[in-house]
Ligand binder design. Sequence first.
Ligand code: PHE
Length: 451
Amino acid sequence: MKRESWKSRAGFIFAAVGSAVGLANIWKFPYTAGASGGAAFVAVYLLCLLLIGFPVFIAEVIIGRSTKSSPRGALRQLGGNRFWSGAGLLMVFTGFLVSSFYSAIAGQILGYLVEAVRGNLTSFHNAGETLAFHETLMANPWWGTAFHFLFLALCTGVLFFGVRAGIERGNEVFMPLLILVLLALVGKGLLMPGSWQGIQFLFSPDWSAITPAVFLTALGQSFFTLSLGQGTMITYGSYLDDDTNIPSSCLPIILMDTLISLLAAVAIFTIVFSVGMRPDAGPGLLFHTLPLVFSQIPGGYLVALLFFLLVVLAALTSQISAMEPFVAYLMDEKGWSRHWAVAACGSGAFLLGIPSALSASLLREVTLFGMSFFELVAFVATEILIPLGGFLAVVLVGWKLGMGPTLEKLEQGTNGLFHRRPWVRHYFFFGIKYSAPILVLLVFLRELGVF
Ligand code: PHE
């Protein structure tokens, strides 16, 4: 069977932006920036992208394109021994783990979209009411599980059609729609009275808020939002032709991802501040603060509907990218057909995601290390496995394969970019070989309590 590939470079860019832009942009970025010093956090975050995120992203795409394999085969080919083969398998597993809890939470957002359509998100009078509404839904085990299932069914449907007709086509429809909805919300936010307070809050730095913990958060955010460390970009890279220009295809992905995070924060803070509320509710921003806001602003019904549609679209295109490495693994390594691979991945993610979906209802009392099942899986994936996967990817190309061959692969398809612009070469050399691995290693040592 011939291996699939993207139809066009734009198709790859859309799909990768679709993967990158997700809950981390529209939900986590705004509330984290809100709680961690506004513009100061944004500055640290941009630095993390430059020194770590972009080099790791490029490393993963190089691994994928040069091997044309899903993560396990790719790492085995380049690493040449069982250690790297195991590392590839670990990435596939991480992606699968992410897809289980991501779907549980995205399902709840899909559930909120349904509530928005039914007009139930616009009649709140105070924070207590939104909280009670959310808790009633969450306490119902069927609600969480059913929407977890429904969301996965949507993603599985897209994946069934394959790389071109499913992932590429889907993203070419969903991403422009997402951007349109986002721009409409930004417009609405900017036109609200007092919207400048939201802008001011977001763009005036509070440097005193920057602590080592904030740096860790920014690093984690850059990994998760770029879908790194779990084989997604290796797999998406493996569908690229050898003559694709990697640097010029990947830069717009990073820029779009960052721009969309910032626009989401602008949309949310302008609207939140205009009704005199505080933006520091943390994760509750989405389910508690915003419905109250929608209840108070003119046109709240439409805004609520558009907002939750935006988040569902963003999550959908991310979820399919979290599942694709496992699907590709079953096809490449086990010889399964796409349909069986997708069915297995979808049902596996559903089953593994059930305890996450039930974490706020039936399994409310069950905790391990003080965390619910959902929190535990999310913690292990985002704080340990994802940084580890990203670290392994840069070490593989930067040290095992060596920077000579790596830069050669990177330059392929660029028409002599490194001759025209030697600083680009220096940047990638430094980023892939030194800054990314060393900084991630420091973060690990700190997490282990070494300093
Ligand atoms: N990048 C996605 C987001 O920002 C999450 C994601 C992580 C998707 C890993 C796929 C793989 O929400």
